[in-house]
Write a protein that binds this ligand. Sequence first.
Ligand SMILES: NC(=O)c1ccc[n+]([C@@H]2O[C@H](COP(=O)([O-])OP(=O)(O)OC[C@H]3O[C@@H](n4cnc5c(N)ncnc54)[C@H](OP(=O)(O)O)[C@@H]3O)[C@@H](O)[C@H]2O)c1
Length: 211
Amino acid sequence: MDIAIIGAGNVGAALAKGWAKKGHTIFFGVRNPGDSKYQALKGQLGSGAKFVQPSEAARTANVVVLATPWPQTEAAVKSLGALSGKIVIDATNPLKSDLSGLTHGYTTSAAELIQSWIPDAKVIKAFNTVGANIMEKPEVKGYKAMMYFCGNDAEARQTVKKLISDIGFEPIEAGDLTQARLLEPLAMLWIKSAYVFGLGRDFAFGLLKAS
Ligand SMILES: NC(=O)c1ccc[n+]([C@@H]2O[C@H](COP(=O)([O-])OP(=O)(O)OC[C@H]3O[C@@H](n4cnc5c(N)ncnc54)[C@H](OP(=O)(O)O)[C@@H]3O)[C@@H](O)[C@H]2O)c1
């Protein structure tokens, strides 16, 4: 599958490596594709990834991942051109600049705001609830880390479920896009656990099922 990833930072790079291993082609949408800061990533991904302008990446692929800092996300989305009918995976978290909490929540979510900017796209929230270090290797002591995802379009949810499995996570459906109001605070819990409650970044949420 052709996948556009907008932003080639921690999250974009981690997801690209996992999907490239599974044979997907990555179109990184970055504002300066020739920047030397992408050399190492280009070397790691080889022909599995192309670096192009964000609008070209979004035009080429049917799945577009938003891996941009929240304050830049609206401008990034609006630079992509028409996204009608495309699956847009929102991996962002609307963090306050001091990481003390979220700028949106309870009555809406970043994912729902994004959907309101691109009403004809199929927004799915995913890949926001653990650190990018876990996305590089979503297995802890032989157990798969879990990845909640939610969105309004059932077919799009199935496509994203497979893409979550391809990265190596256990995908867990969490209903429609309003449930991002739960997934974004869950990310905040991961961040606080890592940086405030003493767990560090090397942990993931997992699911224990009795049957
Ligand atoms: N880091 C994590 O562990 C983690 C985990 C889960 C979710 N998240 C969320 O995922 C998102 C990305 O986090 P990150 O750590 O990967 O951030 P990051 O390392 O800072 O990377 C952000 C990327 O977004 C690009 N970008 C910024 N504005 C853009 C625009 N208008 N158009 C296109 N690209 C643009 C940046 O490009 P330039 O270099 O050109 O500025 C950079 O490549 C955030 O919302 C974060 O809250 C992060």
